[in-house]
Design a protein around this ligand. Structure first.
Ligand code: KIV
Ligand code: ZN
Length: 517
């Protein structure tokens, strides 16, 4: 997919499934990672960093499964500068049609001395040894000098030159701690182009963290200095304050081609879908004023703005909502809509469901249309996201009756289907949600603790569907469950049950090892 002879083409390297997944509470299961990887491929992402193969069996398997299905994008695994890491990455990537091993080691005095406890010469040798080993296993090798922006320039130039001589085809310069300023970062890239004699043999990449809110600005400054690969994540998720947001980099390049004549292979109309899919899977909603994908990014509230917009959209809009996939739908859905229209609507929204899933989603849509006068696209997306997030269901929701209000005790009578057997109980609690979660605990004993409970109204109005995210933690592992319903309490029960089902699948997997990257 990458056309290496196109000198102004920016390679988009997405690390949502690796650096993004390292955000606390953002862990995803294999099915979820596959759904995201498939969408990234459809979107035209050049390289998908699918995980850190040695970190856990779950990471290894996710990379392996993604490597089997993704054909057009290069699939990549991260590996430290060690033979075991690199061997594990190569093994995970084995089925991939296009594969890359991404190996890294820190080059800053601080990291070398305190984290690695290695002398610079030992690090230098490790660069040559690791890149050579990776290159023996894979034709496409990327090397990263972790904490590059706080590294000594002479040492950085020596290690970059050595990595290129050892066979790296991409050299990635990370601003690991989000410390750089745009002019300074651009100058660092220019310095490498001026001083490293063999730099013209490789693609220079940048990987910017957002601790000072400058990740995208730093990436853009680096392109002007010659970098041609951007490492980024959907919605900018990632360690601490996150990584550079893919959608911001891509839309900045598209909107300001007059200043930055670079292209990407991204189909920008998939952006909003990718953003929503990731939010629904991780429970990380984007802030309403987030650039490009926030709910208010294309909303015009002030009268003077609305007036201008009516006269000419360009007055207050520098890009169109359609360009990121926010399409005004041609089909209005209601209780008289049939299966055929529902299927067409899903296609229009970019969902592809198998026959059974489609039938289940259709039944839920009909139930919703009975309760709610206007069924919006957001409502349908909530139903389908909830539906698709279920996977294997050992525990199924059957019914719920709740006594709530100011006169306690609040009480929940819950019926569940557990392993094909119906069971019910009545529990009390400190409020209706607590009563529901206690009832679930009575019917299905578990040690998981609740670490997030989040309610979000899918649309406006008092008949809006509630979308609830529940995060459960057990032995250092965390899973998110999503539930959608016009009744917030039913949505809460569904979300808790979805999380429990995921936890049961995850229990079979090995706990991830604590690794630094
Ligand atoms: O931030 C960082 O330095 C990284 C590297 C492993 C590329 O994530
Ligand atoms: Zn990073």
């Amino acid at each position: 997919m990458t056309t290496s002879n196109d000198k102004d083409r920016i390679v988009i390297f997405d690390t949502t499934l690796r650096d993004g997944e390292q955000s606390p509470g953002c862990s995803m299961n294999i099915e979820e990672k596959l759904r995201i990887a498939e969408l990234l491929e459809r979107m035209g992402v050049d390289v998908i960093e699918a995980g850190f193969a040695i970190a856990s069996n779950g990471d290894f398997e996710a990379i392996h499964e993604i490597a089997k299905v993704v054909k057009n994008s290069t699939v990549c695994s991260l590996a430290r500068a060690s033979r075991n890491d690199i061997n594990r990455a190569a093994e995970a990537l084995r089925p991939a049609e296009r594969k890359r091993i991404h190996t890294f080691i820190a080059t800053s005095p601080l990291h070398m001395k305190y984290k690695l406890q290695m002398e610079p010469e030992q690090v230098y040798e490790a660069v040559i040894e690791s890149v050579t080993h990776a290159r023996n296993l894979c034709d496409d090798v990327e090397w990263s000098c972790e904490d590059a922006t706080r590294s000594d320039h002479d040492f950085l130039c020596r290690t970059v030159e050595a990595a290129i001589d050892a066979g790296a085809g991409t050299i990635n310069i990370p601003d690991t701690v989000g410390y750089a300023m745009p002019d300074e970062f651009g100058a660092l890239i220019a310095m490498l182009f001026n001083r490293v004699p063999n730099i013209d043999k490789v693609t220079v990449s940048v990987h910017c963290h957002n601790d000072l809110g400058l990740a995208v600005a730093n990436s853009l400054a680096a392109f002007n200095a010659g970098a041609r690969q951007a490492e980024c994540t959907i919605n900018g998720i990632g360690e601490r304050a996150g990584n550079a947001a893919l959608e911001e980099i891509v839309m900045a390049l598209r909107t300001r081609r007059d200043l930055m004549p670079y292209t990407t292979g991204i189909d920008t109309r998939q952006i909003i879908k990718a953003s929503r899919l990731l939010s629904s899977i991780t429970g990380f909603n984007v802030q309403p004023n987030k650039a490009i994908v926030g709910a208010n990014a294309f909303a015009h509230e002030a009268g003077i703005h609305q007036d201008g917009m009516l006269k000419h959209a360009g007055t207050y809009e520098i890009m169109t909502p359609e360009s990121i996939g926010l399409v005004k739908s041609s089909l209005v859905m209601g209780k008289h809509s049939g299966r055929h229209a529902f299927r067409r609507k899903l296609e229009e929204m970019g969902y592809e469901l198998g026959d059974n899933a489609l039938e289940d989603a259709f039944q839920r849509f009909k139930d919703l249309a009975d309760k709610k006068k206007n069924v919006f696209d957001e409502d349908i997306a909530a139903i389908v996201d909830d539906q698709m997030g279920h996977g294997i269901e050992h525990i199924k929701f059957v019914s719920l009756r709740v006594i709530a209000g100011s006169i306690g005790p609040q009480q929940a009578t819950l019926v569940l289907d557990i392993g094909d057997e119906e069971c019910s109980t009545t529990a009390t609690g400190n409020g209706p949600v607590d009563a529901i979660f206690n009832a679930i605990g009575e019917l299905f004993e578990h040690d998981a603790t609740l670490s997030l409970y989040q309610v979000h109204a899918v649309t406006g109005g008092t008949d809006a569907q509630a979308e609830v995210t529940v995060r459960l933690e057990e032995n250092g592992r965390s899973v998110n469950g999503l539930g959608a319903d016009t009744d917030t309490l039913v949505a809460s029960a569904r979300a808790y049950i979805a999380a429990l089902n995921k936890l049961m699948v995850k229990r079979e997997k090995t706990a991830p090892a604590a690794l630094s990257a």
